[in-house]
Design a protein around this ligand. Sequence first.
Ligand code: G
Ligand code: G
Ligand code: NA
Ligand code: MN
Length: 250
Amino acid sequence: TRLENDFRDALKLGQLYVHYQPLVDLTSGAVECFEALLRWHHPVRGSVSPDVFIPLAEEIGLIDAVGRFVLHTACREAQNWPEHIKLAVNVSPLQFRNGNLISTVINALTSANLPPERLELEITEAVLMEKGPRPSAIIRNLRTFGIGIALDDFGTGFSSLSYLLNYPFTKIKIDKSFIFDLERESNSRAVIRAVIGLARNLGLTVTAEGIEREAVRDYLRDEGCLQGQGYLFGRPSPASEMQRYLSCDV
Ligand code: G
Ligand code: G
Ligand code: NA
Ligand code: MN
């Protein structure tokens, strides 16, 4: 299709770029991490959502190239941040298929001279559906370098909790749909409470995404959620704005 061809060009023509969104300590408000979020500026359509072009990239076999671009760009950018601030990068389950993920990640870290401990890869539950032992072996391997592995959008997939135990995740990100519903839905509050308890018992960090209001931040903090992300703290923005954000941070 037209959009497919446009996307093939996008990589070559430099229409892809990376925004960053802060993950903060819910008690102090200090930035602990920036999540890299890919953007496409289409010459005619303007901004195209990653919800559209990531599945497209997966379909047309370009997700590995896209993943390389994001990792290299974001690792290079993260060199400019204070050393205690981590970088989170989303990884598609399809990037686990061809066997290059580990070398791609290590190359990006090495060429940016970024310690592996500063990188966190975000993976959705869909990766648990990939057949065979490979995804869990790859995740285990990445962990041996000290790279963090976050389970993204937790609660939206269909995986059982027992799957979770077979993977050495370091963090669980509670999906924003539960956070949006929290004030109206007691069910969402029950899920949030359960996930926070689960994470604590497994020794994992827990992050809430989609925090837009102070009351929601306060509720989550009081429930024992230590880290959060959302428009309340900052929208995905160019790296230059994050630099400004850091200089205001105390
Ligand atoms: O940033 P935004 O909310 O528009 O992102 C929409 C979706 O696209 C989210 O699910 C997000 O995880 C995904 N996404 C954004 N950037 C990347 C990326 O670099 N790689 C992958 N695989 N997914 C991404
Ligand atoms: O799937 P993933 O968690 O990677 O998606 C992150 C997406 O969530 C990004 O596209 C980002 O724009 C979006 N996002 C981040 N914080 C908020 C928020 O507070 N409200 C809403 N509506 N979306 C958010
Ligand atoms: Na994510
Ligand atoms: Mn998410």
